[in-house]
Design a protein around this ligand. Structure first.
Ligand SMILES: *Cc1c(COP(=O)(O)O)cnc(C)c1O
Length: 368
């Protein structure tokens, strides 16, 4: 049996270490996972309360159109219902976009490093991937525009960018859109949208009426805390959403995920509260990094990418033995760094003490 040729040079996605795995391996009874940008404050109590009532009728297929969730989101964003496409996480919407627009002979443009699923899914479709290095953690939009040619079908803008956390400003995005040919699809992945606090952030969903080649991706996995339920969505013009819905599998979001997402959307208190605490804890962490003398990228997300005097793998291994799981930059295309999700204040304090004890002597050596 021979699979597609391109698979020979690819590997299955390697997720962050699982909590139970680490507990056993290091004989620890408590693990703090700050590796996958999940919400440390969990998810809405309203969802929790509603759960027993949501576990009925599993014998029935879900509503493949997600009519109720669709209606709620259309209202929230002031868009038409048929501008939405749902996915088993926004991950799946990325795949749907690749399957809809990419094939051998086409190319797609991404930043480097950025969220790996754009490249992964594009390669599977046989497309060529042009990777444009970030500039100090930010997308180099000028170079990305220059890379566009007659075979370019899709450009991916991840903002805030994973793994750096840097945001594309309203002005920069407008410049990009005004200079990008309108037969090139521009996908703006806003998985961390809810955490953004700066005032010049773009409202991309509102500008889809102006730029018909724009697609915005959002998810319930991060600030809403529902990563385990797998639900995300894309917003596009009705024409593009229609194409994506042709490619989409008919029952790709579950009944329970649709219902939980609807309740989560209503609980603005939970969302605001966890965003506020995350932003506060991030600020404390950045102050700590400044004092320690470690550099990092600007972050408008719920994680910080820290630059190190050693490899990310080395720090990762050390913290693992102390019960902290973080993400090494090695797999993220930035070996001398780590990406750390902002957690509870007490956990961050413990982490800071560990970082201080382990890195302080190395930083002093580095500076002398
Ligand atoms: C986490 C993440 C996603 C995936 O989210 P799901 O909705 O859980 O699939 C998409 N894009 C970026 C940039 C992410 O960091």
């Amino acid at each position: 049996m021979k699979a597609k040729k391109v698979l020979k040079q690819m590997k299955p996605y390697k997720p962050g270490k699982q909590i139970e795995e680490v507990k056993k391996e290091y004989n620890l009874n408590r693990i703090i996972k700050l590796a996958s940008n999940e919400n440390p404050f969990g998810y809405s109590d309203e969802v929790k309360k509603a759960l027993p009532a949501l576990t009925t009728q599993f014998e029935l297929y879900p509503d493949g159109y997600a009519a109720e969730l669709r209606e709620q989101l259309a209202k929230k964003h002031s868009i038409a219902k048929d501008q939405l496409v749902f996915g088993c996480g926004s991950d799946e919407v990325v795949d749907i976009i690749c399957r809809t627009f990419l094939e051998p002979g086409t190319n797609t443009i991404i930043a480097k490093p950025t969220f790996p699923q754009y490249k992964h899914n594009a390669l599977i479709q046989g497309a060529t991937v042009k990777e444009i290095p970030l500039e100090n953690g930010y997308h180099n939009l000028e170079a990305m525009l220059e890379a566009i040619d007659a075979d370019t079908k899709v450009v991916w803008l991840c903002t805030p960018n994973n793994p750096t956390g840097c945001l594309i400003s309203n002005e920069s995005l407008a410049y990009f859109m005004n200079n990008c040919p309108d037969n090139v699809l521009v996908v703006v992945d806003e998985a961390y949208y809810e955490y953004v606090t700066v005032s010049d952030a773009p409202e991309t969903i509102q500008s889809i009426s102006q730029y018909t080649n724009l697609v915005t991706l959002r998810t319930f996995s991060k600030a809403y805390g529902l990563a385990g339920l797998r639900v995300g969505y894309g917003v596009a013009s009705e024409d593009i959403a229609n194409l994506l819905n042709i490619t989409r599998g008919p029952f790709n979001t579950t009944t329970i995920a649709q219902q939980a997402a609807m309740i989560a959307l209503e609980d603005t208190h939970f969302l605001q509260n966890s965003v506020n605490k995350t932003v506060e804890n991030k600020q404390l962490f950045l102050t700590f990094l400044d004092e320690l003398g470690l550099k990092y990228y600007d972050s408008e997300a719920n994680f910080v990418f820290v630059k190190l005097p050693i490899t990310g793998d080395k720090l990762f291994e050390h913290l693992l033995t102390k019960g902290f799981i973080i993400r090494s930059g090695e797999a993220l295309g930035h070996p001398k760094g780590v990406r750390i999700t902002i957690g509870h204040q007490q956990d961050m304090k413990e982490l800071q003490d560990l970082l201080h004890d382990y890195l302080r002597p190395l930083i002093e050596k580095d500076q002398s």
